[in-house]
Ligand binder design. Sequence first.
Ligand SMILES: Cc1ncc(COP(=O)(O)O)c(C=O)c1O
Length: 419
Amino acid sequence: MSMFNNVSNSIPFLDLVTPHLELEQELTGVFRRALHTAGFIGGPMVEDFEEAFAAFCSTNFSIAVSSGTDALRFAIMTCGVQPGDVVLTVPHTFIATTEAISQAGAVPEFVDIDARTYNMSVESLQLYLEEQCSRDGSGKLISLRSGRPVTAVVPVHLYGQMADMDLIMSLASQYGLTVIEDACQAHGAEYFSKKFNRWMKAGSMGSAAAFSFYPGKNLGACGEAGAVTTNDACIADKIKMLRDHGQVKKYHHDVEGYNGRLDAIQAGLLHAKLAHLAKWNTQRRDRAAEYNRLLGADKTLTLPYEPTWSCAVYHLYVIRTDDRAGLMSHLNKAGIGTGIHYPIPLHMQRAYASLNYCLEDFPVARRIAAEIVSLPMFPQLTVDQQRRVAEEVLAFASTASDERVESEANILIPALQTV
Ligand SMILES: Cc1ncc(COP(=O)(O)O)c(C=O)c1O
């Protein structure tokens, strides 16, 4: 029985109220500024935020848009992907990754994930390129499963940790693919590039990258918001056009675009919060280290794996257990919030039935989706709260392993009797 099933003692999966109360004055100042100037769309608040976010990501440009999904769609549309092309990604991600690919007119195909980092497996990508593609007469890379040209790859920096970008970039360049980063969960994450011999920020390595500022993200708006980062002035200009009905100048439409602008209030709020992001990311890393320390001795749990080349920002702290439902129910009774990111891999979703994948096609993604559970993770999580979470996780894990020993003994005894 839990010591913590008192509701007032509950620990949320995510606390979005405290950080906003801490910054209340600053944030309401942004609203006031917008009200007093009626600068709701575009203008200095958007431009100032774009400049600051580009500096944060170490890129030449950042283009603010209305969501992470729009950011990824616009990035794909402006990076040379043609309608009908195949864009490679992973099945273990939020559906927005593949929605953006489809909405850009391309077709998603999947490669499996790495069993330790849960990001794109470089081996699976290499196998796909070597064994599931051919070259047509003009040397174009063609997918054998769909007969379509393969032109881009979208690694997803899931849970705040970057994919193995040097190797992905090098395979992409060998096969002539454009790399577009889905950095929607990775604001401030870093990767040590052996190629450049330095740490590089999420969003600065591909041709372009997409960020989401959905409220629960490491940098979250008070509504919907997103941004594309790029070092390429031409891509930046095209995205500015696409987000604003395809116009370069008022009522001069070079192409059909979208209403994909970020409003000025959200930009102002994001700019105010951006000043705290590095500190919040450090706090998340500290919380992750504390969870690792508290839970590390339990061999029934698999904790997050951070390779030496990664500096993750723990958008989520995800562990694995073979009795996920039992653990979640135990934590729920103890008043502790949890989540699953994500329970059904995309190749198994009804929305992608037409892609004709089999359940067994991506065994790692399938196994991991059945075992993962996300524990409470946010910068303001206290050490006491973490201790309580860990106590309950360990209490459950030890009961579960006692039950396992008992049931194994029950299997063994009749087996021995038959000898
Ligand atoms: C990996 C990933 N890609 C794309 C998105 C889409 O972002 P948004 O919700 O801002 O459209 C999200 C947001 O949840 C995400 O987690």
